[in-house]
Write a protein that binds this ligand. Structure first.
Ligand SMILES: *[C@@H]1O[C@H](CO)[C@@H](O)[C@H](O)[C@H]1NC(C)=O
Ligand SMILES: *[C@@H]1O[C@H](CO)[C@@H](O)[C@H](O)[C@H]1NC(C)=O
Ligand SMILES: *[C@@H]1O[C@H](CO)[C@@H](O)[C@H](O)[C@H]1NC(C)=O
Ligand SMILES: *[C@@H]1O[C@H](CO)[C@@H](O)[C@H](O)[C@H]1NC(C)=O
Ligand SMILES: *[C@@H]1O[C@H](CO)[C@@H](O)[C@H](O)[C@H]1NC(C)=O
Ligand SMILES: CC(=O)N[C@H]1CO[C@H](CO)[C@@H](O)[C@@H]1O
Length: 556
């Protein structure tokens, strides 16, 4: 199937219509279901919409996570090109895995809105913009990026949900869950403070029921045990591929019973098995009818754009090298047929949906080691106060400080350890529930803190504050600030505090640090030939590498 420039004309017409178009109804949750403003039950009938970024094939990158990304909602011509195809599929939602808040999204968002298409937006970005799976932390730079993205998207009427993470937590590394839950808590508090009703969500990797259910319950529980929604997500996404080929409805029986009593709305944030081709998409019949619709609120087919895993190719649309035309495959046509045949169930009615109960969090187990002690809210003001009064400051010569922070932290923690110190103050450990007072600061501040401790441990030997030219002695340390520890005490008066975050004053690019200025890592770029980009994998956008990984290696 081919699209030509006449689509651009159609797009222009759609844009012109916008002035007279009323806003898309807000979608909210009641009990464990989603409802539109008029009280009609709402189901997500969507598709993943993320063009492939560059993936570095590396044994340390088993999830084939991309090193960069393209923001499809900033690509006006791309949205115009794709809109007729999305409309022909009959989708009411797209999921976008990475957006760049420094770009303009007005045209894509308004034309999608006019076409009745909601967006589900992941707040994390590849690389330094995500909670790292193996060495998680929840820090000012991440929170700031999340809030900057929310601030850019909150003006649109068609943002259904923000994902605070995608597949960050895997079955053998569950302690990262506390960081993701803290991200949900702070994101939710920010949205509430701005009276934004967009749902806070998470998209989970599938696995054994033990793991999947424990994780789902943890993400929607109340750490305080008082039936409060403050630390619970609003919408649980499961990336589920278990219905394959011409399976029958029973393929979902286990999952259905596992979630039968789940307290909040759940949906399939990815679906579409490729191991038994052709993809018939007959699971949609099951998904959008009882008994499954009594438990789930729809799903997102994976994926519009090309996307590859070791299992094969998930994509349904191929974009020409010059970005102008779309060729769809048979999977696309079959999905279209199935999606167009869907009629949404209307039960239960909103008035009989009940209210949501937020239970106490499950106790940690061997299989699921997440405590109810969450990391504190990252504190921009405290961290920049600290950075300014430390005795030895990270003053990177590299234009992108985030590229060298990790290795320098390894080095500084190693040296500090040899001099009787430790990196405990900057470390966060969700298994013990111990969060060092500086653990919520961005990587650059953590590094300055560690460099200062080492410099002080060596009696302020100037050589100790050099790090190959990456550090400088601070001549403006206020009198009375004896050392790094005293600096932390004076700036971070309440290290464990949870509070409503405010918008950052610095709005650097994604991946930027709050005190070190914005970096350009993760900058989207849509001008290149899409076909040049190697495959992008829909699962697992969390980074594998991070500062803390180095820290813990050194200390171990
Ligand atoms: C977790 O499982 C993955 C995949 O089996 C493996 O590569 C990784 O080393 C494991 N990590 C830990 C901490 O056990
Ligand atoms: C908050 O949002 C609700 C629902 O959209 C609206 O009725 C109310 O006026 C808003 N309140 C403020 C303070 O903006
Ligand atoms: C957290 O602390 C526990 C217990 O001391 C330790 O076994 C584990 O390695 C620590 N985790 C990290 C990520 O440092
Ligand atoms: C700064 O740190 C990086 C990374 O450790 C190192 O390669 C470099 O030599 C250091 N010095 C300068 C001047 O960049
Ligand atoms: C975008 O990518 C193209 C092709 O890879 C490159 O030529 C161009 O300089 C890039 N633009 C920006 C702003 O990075
Ligand atoms: C602080 C941190 O995690 N830095 C990483 C940012 O991303 C670059 C490139 O992927 C890594 O090299 C850094 O270690």
């Amino acid at each position: 199937m081919r699209a030509t420039s006449r689509l651009f004309a159609a797009f222009a017409a759609a844009t012109a219509l916008l002035a007279g178009v009323s806003a898309l109804p807000k979608i909210s949750k009641t009990g464990k279901y989603l409802y539109s403003e008029d009280g009609t039950r709402f189901f997500i009938k969507g598709i993943a919409y993320q063009p492939p970024g560059k993936v570095a094939a590396d044994p340390n990158n088993p999830f084939l996570e991309p090193a960069d990304f393209i923001d499809p909602l900033a690509d006006t011509a791309g949205c115009a090109r794709d809109l007729p195809f999305l409309q022909s599929l009959g989708v009411n939602a797209v999921r976008v895995y990475s957006v760049d808040f420094t770009k303009n999204h007005d045209t894509c968002m308004s034309t999608f809105s006019a076409a009745g298409i909601y967006t589900i937006i992941d707040l994390s970005t590849p690389g330094n913009g995500s909670i790292a799976r193996n060495s998680p932390s929840w820090t000012t730079n991440l929170l700031d990026n999340y809030i900057n993205t929310i601030n850019v998207f909150s003006k649109y009427d068609n943002v259904l949900a923000y994902n605070v993470g995608n597949e960050v937590i895997v079955s053998n590394i569950t302690s990262a869950t506390a960081f993701v839950k803290a991200a949900a808590r702070d994101t939710k508090a920010y949205l509430k403070s701005k009276n934004i009703s967009t749902l806070t969500a998470y998209a989970a990797i599938d696995g054994s029921d033990d793991f999947v259910v424990a994780l789902a319950e943890y993400m929607s529980c109340d750490v305080g045990g008082t039936n409060s929604d403050a630390t619970a997500i609003d919408l649980y996404g499961l990336n589920n591929y278990e219905f394959c080929g011409d399976d029958d409805a029973s393929a979902y029986s286990d999952k259905n019973s596992a979630f039968a009593n789940y307290n909040i709305p759940a949906y399939f944030s990815e679906f579409g098995c490729i191991t038994q081709p052709p993809r018939l998409w007959t699971e949609t019949k099951t998904m959008f009818s009882s008994p499954m619709s009594d438990v789930w609120s729809g799903g997102l087919a994976f994926s519009y754009f090309q996307s590859t895993s070791s299992q094969g190719q998930f994509g349904m649309a191929t974009i020409s090298a010059d970005g102008s035309t779309v060729t769809t495959n048979d999977d696309f046509d079959r999905l279209k047929t199935q999606y167009q045949a869907v009629t949404f169930p209307t039960t239960p009615s909103q008035s009989s949906a009940g209210s949501t109960t937020y239970g106490a969090c499950p106790a940690p187990s061997d299989a699921f080691q997440a405590l109810s002690t969450l990391p504190p809210t990252p504190n921009d003001a405290a961290c920049s106060c600290l950075e300014n009064i430390l005795s030895c400051q990270f003053t990177p010569t590299n234009p992108d400080p985030l590229l060298i922070v990790g290795s320098l932290l390894d080095e500084a923690c190693g040296l500090l350890g040899q001099n009787g110190g430790s990196c405990d103050d900057i470390s966060a450990n969700a298994t013990t529930g111990k969060y060092g007072p500086v653990s919520g600061c961005d990587p650059s501040t953590k590094l300055s803190y560690t460099m200062s401790q080492f410099y002080e441990a060596t009696n302020r030997n100037v050589q100790s504050c050099s790090f190959g030219g990456n550090a400088t002695v601070n001549s403006n340390v206020p009198s009375g600030v004896a050392n790094a520890n005293a600096a932390a005490s004076s700036c971070i008066s309440n290290p464990g505090a949870t509070f409503v975050p405010s918008a950052p004053t610095v709005t650097g690019g994604p991946g930027g640090s709050s005190s070190g200025g914005g970096s350009s890592s993760g900058n989207g770029n849509n001008s290149g030939a899409l076909s040049d980009r190697s495959a992008w994998m829909g699962i697992g956008l969390a980074t594998v590498f991070s500062v803390a990984a180095g820290v813990f290696t050194v200390l171990a």
